[in-house]
Design a binder for this molecule. Structure first.
Ligand code: GCU
Length: 422
């Protein structure tokens, strides 16, 4: 009797399943924090005041309340080029693989960087850098890519069995990378499996950089503003840039950081913190990425914190069902890229990521770009599907689902041609 009562009440207490809002009319009224007003209320009127005062404030707020802070000091990585093939992809490309030793020591945590460079073009070349979801060997069917030995989520479709990649996994995500097109346009492509940095699960930190870099090597508790997994992945992108900067065939001053979905949240956070990234691209990054949190459209702060407690910092949980209290919103993350070119892409069917919220975040970042006399989106309203807009802030919403497609890459390449030059 007592038992069944207990069961009943547990049932009654279970929160109702999350129902995302997809109705514009149900989006609550909200006021966004102003990117151009200092914490003490003074207005920011010059690019200099933005750079020296407001940018620092906003970055701090994101560190404290959203993504957490990197350790104050992290080791300098060391590098080893483990393979070079100058006749890859039928002679069109040079393929390099580089071990990046993240603690600086060869026996410590490392990540494996895969790089394709176009042959027969003047070096150094500009590059795209991005993390991948299922191992470097999934971005192209090239048999010369080393199969990732890391843990990954089982997937029959992606050729992962017993948490290990099999030969069948090669090229399974090639459609998301468009390697040949990127090379033909004169760019290099560099990528890393995000699991090299930290496995994507609540306990993943124990096997990743957060444990490796904690002072005692076995930290069990995090401060509410310590970095989360997104912070670690973003930090890894900066360490990859450390390598790219010293590779003579790549122009380290023309590296665009790009990412999809959770890795789009990551590319934005990497670009916000590390101004060496010359251009930043967010593909369908959604909640905690390019989408405004206050709209609560599709995925919400509470939902993302419940499903992925390890992505953001502890403090972010305070804003579950409490978005209005957030001292920042995601338009300010976009603004942190200023005056560098930033591109945000949405997909029509990807309502979970709130395409309109992604557009509005770019729109509300415009005043900061104006301080630098940089053109923003050039439109007042969200553009129709498949009609890219924008000058220094680029945006498109394409037809189709949550994914990275050839269409997306074509826009990124056009945008890069305009801003990174040839
Ligand atoms: C989930 C998650 C999103 C994330 C996406 C992805 O859908 O809710 O926030 O962007 O996974 O990374 O694929």
């Amino acid at each position: 009797m007592t038992l069944s009562l207990a069961c009943l009440s547990a049932e009654a207490q279970r929160p109702p399943a999350f129902q995302p809002n997809y109705d514009e009319a149900q989006v609550p009224a909200y006021t966004l924090p102003d990117p151009l007003v200092l914490a003490d209320g003074r207005p920011v009127k010059t690019a200099r005041a933005w750079r020296t005062k407001r940018r620092t404030e906003i970055l701090e707020l994101f560190q404290t309340h959203v993504y957490g802070r990197n350790p104050v000091r992290t080791p300098k990585p060391s590098f080893e080029v483990t393979s070079t093939d100058r006749l890859a992809l039928g002679g069109k490309a040079t393929r390099k693989e580089v071990s990046v030793f993240l603690t600086g020591r060869k026996d410590g945590t490392k990540m494996d960087l895969l790089i394709y460079l176009p042959n027969d073009v003047k070096k150094p070349v500009p590059a795209f850098l991005g993390l991948n979801f299922y191992g470097n060997h999934t971005i192209h069917s090239d048999p010369g890519i080393t199969l990732s030995p890391q843990w990954m989520r089982d997937s029959a479709e992606l050729g992962v069995v017993n948490n290990r990649a099999t030969e069948a996994a090669r090229g399974k995500r090639a459609s998301r990378w468009q390697v040949e097109t990127i090379l033909a346009r004169g760019y290099a492509l560099a990528t890393i499996y995000y699991g090299d940095l930290e496995p994507d699960s609540a306990e993943g930190w124990k096997q990743g950089v957060r444990a490796a870099l904690s002072p005692d090597g076995a930290k069990t508790e995090f401060a509410p503003d310590d970095w989360g997994a997104i912070g670690v992945w973003a930090w890894g992108l900066s360490r990859a840039l450390d390598y790219l900067e010293q590779d003579r065939e790549i122009d380290g001053k023309r590296v665009a950081v790009m990412g999809h979905s959770r890795l789009g949240k990551t590319s934005l956070w990497a670009g916000a913190q590390d101004e060496r990234f010359a251009m930043v691209i967010s593909n369908d990054s959604g909640c905690g990425g390019a989408a405004l949190s206050r709209r609560q459209f599709g995925e919400t702060v509470e939902r993302i914190n419940n499903s992925f407690p390890h992505w953001f910092c502890g403090n972010f949980k305070k804003y579950n069902r409490n978005e209005a209290a957030l001292p920042v919103d995601q338009h300010q993350l976009i603004a942190l890229m200023a005056p560098r070119p930033v591109y945000v892409a949405s997909a029509e069917e990807d309502r979970w990521a709130d395409p309109r919220g992604e557009f509005l975040a770019t729109k509300h970042a415009e005043p900061v770009y104006r301080l630098f006399r940089k053109g923003g989106l050039g439109v007042a309203e969200m553009p129709p599907v498949n009609q890219p807009v924008g000058d220094t802030i680029g945006y498109h919403i394409r037809t189709g689902a949550h994914d990275v497609t050839a269409y997306d890459w074509e826009q990124y390449l056009n945008f890069a041609d305009r801003h990174l030059g040839k």
